[in-house]
Every structure is written in C-alpha cells, then in structure tokens.
Design a protein around this ligand. Structure first.
Ligand code: GCU
Length: 425
C-alpha cells in the first residue's frame, strides 16, 4: 500500500492538535489509580429483578428493555419511515487490473415532499459471485478513500480543512485518495471481501445544526429540531447504514447475510448502534470508538459524558444531556450496547496511545458483554485479562490493543479480515 507522506504528516498533526485541544480544555482523568469505584448495571437482571438465564427470556424481555433504555436515554428514536427511496446505479467499472469491480450507486430518500441523496462507493472482488462485505462510513468523502479518478466528489457539506483543499465547506480534487491509508482496499479484495462506503455528511453533516441532513425530512409542521427523545446525529448515521442494508439486500453481487458493519471513532459509535438496532448486520467492528461507543462511561477515564455533550451536542438525543457529570444515573452502560449484538460476531479495537477513548474501558465492555453470548452457548471474549499490545484475541467477541495512536491502520484491517474468516464470512 502506498502511504502518502503528506497525508501521514497532515493527519498525525490533526490528531496531535485535536488531542492537545481536548486534553487541555478538559480536565479528564488519565490516571488508572484515580479511577473511582463504579457499579455497572447487570446485563442479565431485568428491571423487575428477574435473573435471565436463557435465550428466550433474553430475547423476549431483557434485550428489548435494554434497547428501549438506549433508544430513549442515549441515541433517540427514529421519527418514522421514508415515503420512498430511488436507487440509481450511477457508474461502474473495473479496478485493480480487473481483480475488482467498482459500482457507484445513488440512493435518494423521499419524505414529506423533501429529498436527500447519498452516494455509495462499492468495490467487489471479481473472484466471488456474491461477496461478503465490510460496510462503513468515511469521514471526508468517498473520493478520499481510494485514489481512483472515477469516484464522484461529494457535494455535501464537509468540515473546513485547508490542507485537504476543502473550500467553503466543499470537497475538491485535492483530497482524492488522501485517506487511502485508512482503507486497505487491496487487502480486503484479495481476501475475498468487498467494501461498501459512504460519506457521513451525506446523511447528516457533522455539526450542531438540525436544519440540514436527514432530520429535517421528517419534521412535522414548524418543527425545527428533533424532540428530546428523537435521534441525534449518531442515530441518524446508524439509520443511514440500515438504509444501505436495504439496498444491499437487493444487490445480487453482495451476500446480504454476510455484511459486517464497521466504523472508526464517532463512526464506530454509529456502527455499534446500527448493529444493536438492526439484526441484518451479521457482524460489527468498532475501531477506537471510545466514549458512548465501546468504552464504559461509568469508568472515569478519558472522555466523559459532559465533554461529549458539550463538544458534540448534536450527537445524542436531548434526553442524554441530563447525564453530564451524572454517569452513575444512566440506566445503561456500553457493555450492554455490545450485549445487544449477541450472538453476532463483534470486534472491539483500541490503540495504546488513544487514552481519550479509554482502551481498558473498551476491553472491559467486551468482556462484560460476553454473558449475553454465553446464553447462546458461545464463549464470548476468551480472556478475562487485558491482552498485551499487538496480541489480538480473535473469536466471536474479539479485541485488540494496537500500538499507536487513534487511527485505522493496515494492521487493524489484517485483524478484521482474520475475524471475518474465523467467523465464516
Ligand atoms: C473526538 C470525540 C470522540 C470521537 C472522536 C472522533 O475526539 O471526543 O468521542 O470518537 O472525536 O470521532 O474522531
């Protein structure tokens, strides 16, 4: 894989700057000895105090209870269904000397006389008739994922970024292929998998503004923003992944029973919620998803609910605001989010220098969630102690701690491919 030196420097700088801004501004804890005692809600005890010890009671009673709490207190409800969707194959061609085919598909969502479109970028190995795929959002636009001149440049709002050539919040040629180091497309294709990606900002631009993106299509008369128990941006992104799944079910080149939903960081939060809410996702990968992703929020290490609600007030539902500095009042924690994915395979990945995301809190979540897998006779995470860096634990519930910073690397993808193979994708 070719790593452009310019992009490496650029993103390392962005990472260091972001990290410095956040850690200076917020007095968060990075000292393991200062982690206070916390108590986690029990995955297997229902609100009425019933101990859950079989799959039936889990699926009938406890799982819906947990899902309800996350929906109403954290991510928010989806206010309705679309009126219709228009699907258009806008472009297709060959890639990697004909090892793969490329498709670009535009989905247009229609509701209440308004519409919003998103472009899917799809690469599928030619060697396989119905390919299993990784599906995930990208941060800066489809054209940044691979240096392929055929990829359309998004017309959606993109965060200001001089180095990437974003002017007036519009992406330009300058960023074509600039994020390719985060997408090991060649490895994915050679391993017999496809990739489906879309730009997060097509579904909802990542800013505290509910006048754009998907939310406003669903507004009732005079409504200006979602109600307190309705979707924020993370839930909107997850909803978008489900709409892509609707498309995938009709695409004969893709095995819709073998779709692994993937996401890095904030997009990892969205991937986890998508897998929790939509059982059609057969597997899930959360890469450095941190606070309100895989990390336990009641463990005071790294980012907190107060920080996330202040810096990104649009991510979660209005009801979630009341939990700032009150993690202990939240009726759920993130091990329960992972439990909602059981018995489907899930991979939680951390990085040693990504303390903001609390690697240990991410590991503990995966470990605690294993009890839900056990109900199905599945082992879950096959260790109770945090593994050393670069010693992945691959199973139905998988975990690794990569050496390095908050990022997605070739190393991460190598493990994700092993995870997919292990779980017969
Ligand atoms: C910030 C935020 C995190 C998030 C990350 C990202 O650091 O505090 O919660 O995961 O951005 O998405 O890159």
């Amino acid at each position: 894989m070719i790593i452009r030196k310019s992009s490496l420097i650029l993103f390392t700088t962005i990472f260091i700057n972001t990290f410095l801004i956040f850690s200076q501004e917020w007095n968060v804890n990075y000292d393991e000895s200062k982690v206070e005692t916390y108590s986690l809600p029990s995955i297997l005890t229902s609100h009425s105090g019933m101990i859950i010890n079989n799959v039936n009671d889990w699926e009938e009673f406890r799982r819906p209870e947990i899902l309800y709490s996350f929906t109403n207190h954290v991510y928010g409800n989806i206010p309705g269904k679309l009126d219709s969707v228009i699907v258009k194959i806008t472009e297709h061609g060959n890639y990697l000397n004909s090892l793969a085919k490329r498709k670009q598909v535009t989905l247009t969502f229609i509701k209440n006389g308004k519409e919003l479109s998103t472009d899917l970028l799809i690469y599928l190995p030619n060697s396989i008739k119905k390919a299993p795929v990784f599906l995930g959002y990208n941060f800066q636009g489809n054209h940044t994922v691979i240096d392929d001149k055929n990829i359309f440049i998004t017309k959606s709002w993109v965060p200001a970024n001089e180095a990437l050539g974003v002017t007036s919040n519009q992406a330009t040629e300058k960023s074509r292929g600039e994020m390719s180091r985060r997408w090991s497309v060649e490895k994915i294709i050679n391993a017999g998998y496809g990739l489906v990606t879309l730009y997060r900002g097509d579904i909802d631009p990542d800013k505290d503004d509910f006048s754009d993106g998907i939310h406003q299509l669903f507004y009732l008369k005079d409504q200006k923003k979602p109600e307190a128990d309705e979707w924020g941006t993370i839930a909107a992104w997850s909803w978008g992944l489900s709409r892509v799944m609707d498309y995938i079910e009709a695409d004969e080149d893709i095995d819709h029973e073998k779709v692994i939903v993937f996401g890095h960081s904030r997009l990892g939060k969205a991937a986890l919620w998508a897998a929790a809410t939509d059982k059609r996702f057969a597997g899930c990968i959360s890469n450095n998803s941190g606070e309100m992703g895989a990390a336990l929020s009641k463990r005071n290490f790294g980012e907190t609910i107060e920080v996330i609600n202040t810096a990104f007030p649009h991510w979660f539902c209005g009801n979630f605001k009341k939990y700032s500095k009150k993690e202990y009042m939240l009726p759920v924690d993130q091990h329960m989010l992972i439990s909602l994915i059981a018995p489907r395979p899930v991979y939680i990945a951390s990085a040693t220098d990504d303390l903001w995301a609390d690697p240990k809190g991410e590991f503990l979540s995966a470990k605690e969630a294993s009890v839900a897998y056990n109900l199905y006779g599945i082992s879950g995470l096959i260790t109770t102690t945090m593994p050393q860096p670069d010693s992945p634990i691959i199973g139905v519930v998988s975990y690794h701690l990569r050496t390095g910073v908050h990022d997605v690397t070739d190393y991460d993808w190598e493990q994700y491919i092993k995870f997919a193979k292990f779980n017969n994708f």
